[in-house]
Design a protein. Structure first.
Length: 461
């Protein structure tokens, strides 16, 4: 072999090695860019972007997409694509009806289509979605029992040849590894979602058990305290009558024997009598509050069977506002806005009045300034009546929002609230087939919404 021939052979060998080096360099760059994309959390681009860019530049592909074949190979879905139309494409059948076993589907083997218009295997939905596509190159990829395929499209016929098939096939092992990584990431995300869902269910079950235990405890406490409290309340009222008799006797004694006034003055009898009445009134107030707490406990643990009738919710609301306004008018303005002339629901007037009064009082207690404003808006949307109660108070803290409907939770000072108001109100509303919710809260105030179904006009009152 001459020296010239040896040089040509060496140059050819160097050229082949250079081409291989360029190929490995591209593959290495592809792997680096793809893995970098996976490593960046919260990425905005698709993890297949680097792969699509490389194949598009090397093979002049106008569109690219990756399909996932279902396990029985009867349908496929688009895993990712460069075309927005394909990304939103729902799952499609691979075969025509009654033709599933007749032949292999189009994505089952490596192939190049010089003219898609002449290929009966090409899915019609892809022709409809991308009518400009004229030729295609398909490289199937198998990962365990899962089948995928990468598809390159060109707007020209005869774009992809045997060399193009070889190029895509050379990347198939990496693409398979990449798809496996992608699948593992998807499964990990699904696993995390299932764990989070399981945790929420467990927390809900714990909360239900907690509420059941609280309900039993509340019922027992209410039962045990009800009788002794009844004696206390009755005896205090009796003692008040007795003290009135004593006071009347002292006054009569003063009239018949004036000298007793000096003796009474020395013993400070007038103060003792006056203070005794104050102490009795304070004790009666405490007894009444205790009775209300016990009634709330009983309502929470065993909601009473309510007598239901068709009632005028508008009249109940107006009456409740009149009652609440006697206390509220000192520091806040209470405004009722009505978008409807009448509002009828099936329910219990006393219980619904209790709910509305509790929400208005809560709104008033949230106001810590002299320019307080509470607005009550009643509207109707379809078959639902909505009462929206808005205040310009201090709002509810983020930490408290998730607990406001829990029994015995309160943001008021010790001795100012039992923490049963909202939980009982929600229970009452739900007994009326409605819902009570906090719509909004901020430092500028809160909005609570009560929704109740409209009474059926066809039924008699």
């Amino acid at each position: 072999m001459s020296q010239s021939e040896k040089q040509q052979e060496l140059l050819l060998q160097l050229k082949i090695e250079n081409q291989q080096l360029l190929k490995f360099k591209k593959l290495n760059s592809l792997m680096r860019d793809t893995l970098d994309t996976f490593a960046v959390k919260g990425r905005n681009q698709s993890p297949f972007t680097s792969l699509f860019d490389l194949l598009g530049q090397e093979l002049q592909a106008d569109q690219q997409f990756i399909v996932a074949i279902n396990d029985d190979e009867t349908s496929f879905s688009i895993l990712d694509a460069t075309s927005p139309q394909l990304k939103n494409l729902p799952a499609q059948l691979l075969h025509k009806k009654n033709d599933i076993d007749s032949e292999q589907h189009v994505f089952s083997q490596s192939s190049a289509f010089f003219d898609l218009a002449l290929s009966p295997k090409w899915p019609a939905v892809l022709t409809t979605t991308l009518p400009q596509a004229r030729s295609a190159l398909i490289q199937p990829i198998r990962i365990g029992q899962h089948h995928y395929a990468i598809v390159l499209l060109s707007d020209k016929t005869k774009t992809f040849n045997i060399e193009a098939k070889t190029v895509v096939a050379s990347y198939s092992s990496f693409i398979a590894s990449f798809l496996s990584l992608f699948e593992n990431q998807r499964l990990a995300a699904e696993r995390d979602q299932l764990f989070a869902q399981q945790k929420r269910i467990e927390q809900s079950m714990v909360q239900q058990d907690k509420l059941a235990a609280i309900g039993q405890l509340a019922a027992g406490v209410a039962h045990e305290l009800n009788n002794p409290l009844g004696f206390i309340y009755s005896n205090l009222n009796t003692l008040k009558v007795y003290m009135q008799t004593v006071q009347s006797f002292v006054h009569n004694a003063y009239a018949t024997t004036p000298a007793l006034k000096d003796v009474a003055k020395a013993a400070n009898l007038s103060f003792l009598l006056e203070d005794s009445f104050d102490l009795i009134e304070e004790s009666l107030t405490g007894a009444r509050r205790s009775r209300d707490i016990i009634n709330n406990l009983r309502t929470f643990s065993h909601p009473d069977d309510i007598s239901v009738s068709k009632i005028d919710l508008m009249a109940i609301l107006e009456s409740t506002i009149r009652i609440a306004n006697t206390q509220i008018k000192r520091n806040a303005k209470l405004i009722l806005t009505k978008d409807i002339a009448s509002a009828y629901v099936n329910g219990n007037a006393t219980q619904l009045s209790q709910v509305l009064l509790n929400l208005i009082n809560n709104a008033y207690h949230a106001i810590d300034h002299k320019q307080g404003l509470i607005t009550v808006l009643i509207t109707q949307l379809g078959h639902w009546l909505t009462i929206k109660i808005t205040d310009n108070g201090c709002g509810i803290s983020n930490s408290a929002v998730s607990h406001i409907f829990e029994p015995f939770f309160t943001t008021k000072d010790v001795g100012q609230g039992t923490g049963l108001g909202l939980s009982i109100s929600r229970a009452i509303v739900e007994q009326h087939n409605g819902c009570l919710a906090l719509e909004h809260t901020s430092a500028d105030g809160s909005v609570f919404v009560v929704s109740l179904p409209v009474a059926d006009a066809s039924k008699d009152d």
